[in-house]
Design a protein. Structure first.
Length: 322
């Protein structure tokens, strides 16, 4: 399997990107970790199940998807009860937690964690933070995801073009009737600055075009737009495919096709869905090669690591490559 590494070198006056092909990792051995000194990890809200799957695999704990309770509400991967597994290993898995994309990058840059799993590359603010700390980041794709738009199931619109979405989020289009729907106002929900979803929206969709200034439509957290649209048939919002279909699926909501192409496993895998994205594992470039976090980084691109990606529910880098 061929792996693309993006190494970002922040220096005093600029940040340079270098793209290269690393040594093959098809023979990467499974990293050896212990529950007593497990990795310092963080990441995006949406990538926590992948992080848990990795821990389950490395600590030899059987885990499975479980529907959330009254307090968490979302689906999650949890250890299965077993008398053959040390309680310390199970406890280590339950202690895993992700602070969100922006906070995860900050924690990595500030040497509070050693490995993060994130749904986007670093933002301009995060690169500036890395420059201030004189930190280099190694960013390695490990899975595929997609950026998606959600509406209420009662909304008859099933597909939009990228041009129509840009027009909605600049205010040029204000009614659903302008895109084949009812004569009702469009309520375009946004995410907060530096969130994973907002950075993807600006990079993949807006492409330098300013979004409408609507502070009351800016929502925090991955669940924000979903909760809003559940109560608003006129709303539209955005998320990532994995979160919207695996972690917090809602039957009252639907994913819009883009240009007639529906986001699903096959279209994400073959790249025909226009807003296909990647999930990244990131470490500090200064991390020594014997460090367990770097070994996990290498292992994730091996066949065994990619099988963990599939087990978590993500689309692997290459179909059949796990």
């Amino acid at each position: 399997m061929r792996k693309l590494w993006v190494i970002i070198f922040p220096v005093l006056l600029l940040s340079a990107c270098q793209v290269s092909s690393p040594p093959t990792t098809t023979a990467a051995t499974t990293p050896v970790v212990s529950s007593e000194s497990y990795l310092r990890v963080d990441g995006s809200t949406s990538t926590l199940p992948l992080q848990v799957t990795i821990a389950c695999r490395l600590l030899h704990v059987t885990c499975s998807w479980q529907e959330g309770d009254f307090f968490t509400t979302n689906w999650q991967i949890v250890p299965e009860p077993s008398s053959d597994v040390p309680q310390a290993s199970i406890d280590a898995i339950y202690q895993l937690w992700h602070s969100g994309t922006h906070s995860a990058y900050e924690n990595l840059i500030q040497d509070k964690v050693d490995l993060i799993l994130v749904a986007r590359k670093p933002s301009a603010d995060e690169l500036a933070e890395a420059r201030r700390h004189r930190v280099n980041l190694e960013i390695v794709p490990v899975a595929r995801d997609a950026f998606v738009f959600i509406t209420h199931e009662e909304n008859p619109v099933i597909s939009l073009s990228l041009e129509q979405i840009r027009a909605i989020y600049t205010g040029a289009l204000g009614k659903w009737s302008q895109v084949g729907g009812p004569d009702l106002p469009i309520n375009p929900y946004q995410r907060d600055r530096n969130s994973g979803s907002q950075e993807l929206m600006e990079e993949l969709v807006m492409r330098g075009t300013a979004m409408i200034d609507a502070p009351d439509m800016i929502l925090e957290g991955m669940m924000g737009p979903i909760h809003a649209i559940l109560d608003d048939p006129n709303g539209i919002g955005y998320s990532v495919y994995y979160f919207a279909t695996r972690i917090f699926p809602q039957p009252e909501l639907k994913l819009l096709a883009i240009g007639g192409i529906q986001p699903e496993f096959e279209t994400i895998s073959n790249g025909t869905y226009p807003l296909t994205t990647e999930v990244y594992a990131v470490v500090r470039a200064s991390l020594r090669f014997s460090h367990p976090a770097r070994q996990v980084l290498e292992w994730l691109s091996s066949p065994d690591g990619q099988s963990a990606v599939v087990e978590s529910g993500y689309v692997p880098l290459e179909t059949g490559g796990s």
